[in-house]
Design a protein around this ligand. Structure first.
Ligand SMILES: Nc1ncnc2c1ncn2[C@@H]1O[C@H](COP(=O)(O)OP(=O)(O)OP(=O)(O)O)[C@@H](O)[C@H]1O
Length: 220
């Protein structure tokens, strides 16, 4: 369970206080797929940043399972980001000189897993996103949608508790966006991870069992 209780994050801009998150209360059950929508400036990125342990609330409580992110130490936050969190970005962020398989394996190798464990895990995740035939390809040989599915496989490889995605279909044409959406729905149906996805796509947002609408730092 992800639980936010009265989470407030205030920025100051030109001397004025901006409540990017204004006493937000939210519960996302383990394994749930939640979409987040709302107009520019409503606080979506701030919500992702506090969930990702990159920013701390000024007040309130934010729990990821039994970990209190609002009071976690820097060491706990580093461990949380490394072990419990998968992140998918709008622009994929794959390493161009590595193959698809190597891109997915890399986070596992970086955290000390031996290659003989990392490789089958990468292959399993690439099978999950339907890219088994692309293992040896390089990112520039893939479509945008395929690159995003590699990024999703990479984010899941380390068995995170929480998958955060910021506009995962924002940079894709409709056909590629549809494939990425199908992949996300497949992952959601298997309940292998809690997913919170910020999107401007009303289609993707509506497909999520939990649709969070934000306005002016609040959840509607
Ligand atoms: N570092 C910062 N310093 C000052 N104000 C900030 C900062 N980060 C965000 N804000 C303000 O907080 C509010 C929420 O911003 P946030 O980026 O979370 O919105 P958003 O919904 O993600 O917007 P977009 O869809 O445009 O990315 C906005 O008014 C923004 O200007």
């Amino acid at each position: 369970m992800i639980r936010l209780q009265d989470v407030t994050r205030i920025y100051s801009r030109e001397g004025a206080a901006v409540k990017a998150l204004d006493a937000v209360n939210l519960e996302v059950p383990t394994g749930e797929f939640a979409s987040v929508t709302g107009p520019s400036g409503c606080g979506k990125s701030t919500l992702l940043n506090v969930l990702g342990g990159l920013d701390k609330p000024d007040s309130g409580e934010l729990w990821v399972g039994d970990l209190p992110l609002h009071s976690a130490t820097d060491a706990q936050l580093t461990a949380y980001r490394r072990n419990d969190l998968g992140i998918v970005f709008q622009f994929f962020n794959l390493l161009p000189s590595m193959t698809v398989e190597e891109n997915v394996e890399l986070p596992l190798l970086l955290r000390g897993e031996p290659s003989k464990k990392a490789r089958p895990r990468a292959e399993e995740m690439l099978d999950l996103v339907g890219l088994t035939k692309r293992l040896g390809h390089f990112p520039h040989q893939l479509s945008g949608g395929e690159m995003q599915r590699v990024a999703i496989a990479r984010a899941l490889a380390g068995r995170p508790r929480l998958l955060l995605a910021d506009e995962p279909t924002g940079n894709l044409d409709s056909e590629n966006a549809a494939r990425v959406t199908d992949t996300l729905l497949k992952i959601a149906s298997q309940k292998i991870v809690t997913m919170i996805i910020v999107t401007h796509s009303s289609e993707l947002a509506a497909l999520a069992p939990l649709h969070i609408r934000m306005l002016d730092g609040k959840i509607l």
